[in-house]
Design a binder for this molecule. Structure first.
Ligand code: GDP
Length: 365
């Protein structure tokens, strides 16, 4: 299960946002494969296609797909040297697949800023520096090892050493590895280093309640956007305090509340949607009288492996996938109509799943 880690300096609103995540949280019983620890929040991924499918199939239950957020508190200046709760938290970040960095863009005299005043770019730099320092340690060790191999006659490692040394220099300037423009081949070389600064990043600017409707006008948010654009990172704006309130409401109340604020979508839904994209994920759907359900897969997944998400037996005994795209199914109005119109395809083992494929797997038991 893919996971997003929430990081940021103290007092920027991480816990407030994380509380909103856990309050809005998915019914744990529906997701038995997600062990839930106190710092892990599991949320359902909103998908309006599910409701539309349900209108056709009238299933007993509707099950959205879910994703995990991990609250990684304790990252402060000096963390890589073991200050604060330091290293333990850096180890935590290693395990996540993407990082959501919360940056404070709200003014509030009652909430002290650990570094003095509000300055999101300085805050981002502090966090990035700690992550770079943590990466440097790993890279230095690896260079040592590779140099030993080179001495013992292993010429293959020469190219690797060159990449590592380039990386070391970049990190030494406190520049994250994702900004280094490594080629895919180079990234492959670096893969088992599991670099913190090579993970995809999403900056979550936390703005005040009265600014959320027009967050892009906030000059701090603009600065973060300009910075993020240089590394192809995503930026979203939330008001953590409001999210905590919205998470207490039922769906209809939340909709009305958001409409009042002039917002189309809650910050939490935005966070989920953009994280999903950042992780390179997509959704396929299954639909029947029992349930209508969404499943998460990584882009590029082939049909048998997608079937394996449902059950390993279905992957093992995979024969064919019967697929109709969600849009075709909606146009046809029913599975039978779609079949009559030739919109239902039979796909084999090499088929690469597409977002919104409504799928029925045929398999041998
Ligand atoms: P953390 O240390 O990053 O986890 O920060 P917290 O979530 O504990 O928030 C620190 C303080 O900032 C708390 O008093 C929150 O109520 C306050 N806070 C968080 N988000 C917002 C916000 O969007 N607006 C305002 N005004 N205060 C906020």
């Amino acid at each position: 299960n893919l996971e997003v880690g929430i990081v940021g300096l103290p007092n920027v609103g991480k816990s407030t946002l994380f509380n909103a995540i856990t309050k809005a949280g998915a019914e744990a019983a529906n997701y038995p494969f997600c062990t839930i620890e106190p710092n892990v929040g599991v949320v359902e991924v909103p998908d309006e296609r599910l409701g539309k499918l349900a209108a056709i199939y009238k299933p007993k239950r509707i099950l959205p797909t879910a994703m995990r957020f991990v609250d990684i508190a304790g990252l402060v200046k000096g963390a890589s040297k073991g200050e604060g709760l330091g290293n333990k938290f850096l180890a935590h970040i290693r395990q996540v697949d993407a990082i959501a960095q919360v940056v404070r863009c709200f003014a509030d005299e009652n909430v002290t800023h650990v570094e003095g005043g509000i300055d999101p770019l300085r805050d981002i730099e502090i966090i990035n520096t700690e992550l770079c320092l943590a990466d440097i340690e790993g890279v230095e060790k690896r260079i040592e090892r590779s140099q030993k191999l080179l001495k013992s006659g292993d010429k293959k490692v020469q190219a690797e050493i060159e990449v590592l040394q380039r990386l070391l220099k970049i990190l030494g300037d406190a520049v994250p590895a994702r900004r280094a423009g490594f080629s895919d081949d180079e990234k492959l070389l670096l893969r088992d280093l599991n670099l913190l600064t090579l993970k995809p990043v999403l900056y979550v600017t936390n703005v005040s309640e009265d600014e959320i409707a027009d967050a892009e006008a906030n000059p701090y948010v603009q600065k973060v956007q300009a910075f993020a654009a240089e590394e192809n990172a995503e930026v979203i704006a939330v008001c953590a305090k409001l999210e905590a309130e919205i998470a207490e409401l039922d769906d209809d109340e939340a909709k009305a509340f958001l409409a009042d604020l002039g917002l189309a979508e809650s910050g939490l839904d935005k966070l989920i949607r953009v994280s999903f994209k950042l992780l390179g994920l997509m959704t396929f759907l299954t639909a029947g009288e029992q349930e209508v359900r969404a499943w998460t897969i990584v882009r590029g997944t082939k049909a048998p492996q997608a079937a394996g998400k449902i059950h390993s037996d279905i992957e093992r005994g995979f024969i064919r996938a019967e697929i109709v795209s969600f849009n075709d199914l909606m146009k046809a109005g029913s599975q039978n109509a779609a079949r009559e119109q030739g919109l239902v395809r039979l796909e084999g083992k090499e088929y690469v799943m597409q977002d919104g494929d409504v799928t029925y797997f045929r398999f041998n038991v």
